[in-house]
Ligand binder design. Structure first.
Ligand code: SF4
Ligand code: SF4
Length: 177
């Protein structure tokens, strides 16, 4: 999850309409993040054909027949109401698995939910009507539209690893527009 900044000047410029992701400044890039926190949910790749021992192996591609399954299990550093990271500056140290999407690792976009605003722009779908940049920098419409994870998660420290599959959910793949 990026650190979201929605300055008035950026909002007014509507830079996302004509600036490719690759050409965005740091501030422009970070403001594309809608703050939904879906990327702070645990997920795994479902593929019945892989070997048991490979089940939880890291991957950087999605192969044919594989599917990403989201759970509602959230990183322990997520603030479940604001959907913000409570240790944003130290997240990479505290949570080594935390993936921050950058211009350099855009190929990892397949990990992101369909509503992820980076993915939407990458796929030419534009920003959704609920995005804070289209709502005076406010996240209220995103929360009201049930795009964010607010109020729908369990803390990773409160569940047993063996029960992981009991928490698979489909709502993270929902999108509007
Ligand atoms: S899923 Fe995408 S838009 Fe949503 S918080 Fe994560 S990086 Fe930001
Ligand atoms: S450390 Fe956890 S809460 Fe913070 S951005 Fe990464 S996954 Fe999200």
């Amino acid at each position: 999850m990026s650190k979201s900044l929605y300055s008035k000047d950026l909002i007014k410029s509507q830079y996302w309409l004509d600036t490719p992701l690759a050409d965005m400044s740091k501030e422009q890039w970070e403001s594309i993040c809608d703050g939904c926190a879906k990327c702070c949910l645990h997920k795994f790749i479902d593929d019945q054909s892989v070997n048991e021992e490979d089940d939880f192996a890291p991957t950087d591609v999605l192969r044919e027949g594989e599917e990403i399954l989201f759970t509602n299990i959230a990183c322990h550093l997520l603030h479940t109401k604001t959907c913000a990271c409570t240790s944003y500056e130290k997240r990479s140290t505290l949570v080594p698995d935390c993936v921050t999407l950058t211009k350099e690792n855009l190929e990892s976009i397949f990990y992101m939910p369909k509503s992820c605003s980076y993915r939407r722009l990458h796929e030419g779908r534009g920003l959704a009507s609920w995005h804070p940049l289209l709502n005076k920098g406010k996240k209220a419409k995103m929360h009201e539209s049930r795009i964010s994870v607010r109020g729908r998660t369990v803390n990773e420290h409160d569940i047993l690893y063996d029960e992981f599959e009991d928490y698979v959910v489909t709502w993270p793949e929902n999108d509007i527009d």
